[in-house]
Design a protein around this ligand. Sequence first.
Ligand code: NDP
Length: 329
Amino acid sequence: MNTFKALQISKDGDQQLTESVQLSRDDLMPGDVLVTVEYSTINYKDGLAITGKGPVVRKWPMIPGIDFAGTVIESDHAEFSKGDAVVLNGWGVGEAHYGAYAEEARVKGDWLIKKPEGMTAKQCMAVGTAGYTAMLSVLALERYGITPEQGPVLVTGASGGVGSVAVSILAKLGYEVIASTGRKEHADFLRQLGASEVIDRAELSEKGRPMGKERWRAAVDSIGSYTLANVIAQTQYGGAVTSCGLAQGADLPLTVMPFILRGVSLLGIDSVMAAKEVREQAWARVQQDLDLEKLELLSETVGFDQIIEKATDIVDGKIKGRVIVDIAK
Ligand code: NDP
């Protein structure tokens, strides 16, 4: 039987081992659609899984990789047939079900969506789960009623995956974007993506006052901890802040004051279990509202052999924008 390459993480006592292995289709987990994985990405969660720095993996051994774009090889699912181009984000893939860092993946058809027609598989993975989550965050702000005329929108972790895509989308939609970054050297990059102001993340990363000067109408946060607390404390009356990540920490040390005295709202964002209609809407809006030239600017492509190195970099906060993995390379 033909075999294909996969990146496998396994545990031996407290030691975690990551190695390239050869698998056959019989080794894959159950599912009704078999897919050739063409592109995947490096997400923060993949970094946590591969480095073992966060409790992401729930079954051992595991093939990590939480998202992919590829082509259907075989399908017993009514919505998909051989040759269909598909995209997968989340659903526990790469955590509890064999994931994207393999040339083939067998998954539930219910987890897949059809690839947006105006984008290539590679562009979809330049967006990846981080970019799709950025779009979910923007959609949440829109649903809340935030409009460009109301005032600036802050994006934290702006040089990262969620942040860089959020800056690009918000700027294209006409929002005034304030980008917060710890890497001053990326200020020009962030302006190219559409930020009108770049601030030092150190302004937000230490314990602050319960309420501060009102600086932005809304914010897209992927950092958590003191940063998110300070972001909320400096949000204008009636504004809203989305929370999707924990790059600084999972804690949220704040008071209720911004909520009860300024009517600020905190909007939670989850990409993993989001309903199919929500995903389809987000991807349709990515296609409409993300400038593909900016997507090119904010992404780099690596081969299968560089996954471990880039996974380590993302957890160390060293990645700029998005990293696409060309699985066959
Ligand atoms: P990246 O590593 O690409 O970006 C995170 C950025 O955060 C970094 O580039 C850096 O930006 C900033 N940062 C890193 N460490 C710190 C720190 N200690 N304090 C303050 N800022 C810091 O990751 P992603 O953008 O892919 O993901 C960001 C977060 O969002 C992660 O926690 C991830 O798990 C979460 N996430 C959640 C999803 C969901 O469904 N809820 C989906 C996707 C992601 P800079 O250098 O510009 O300051």
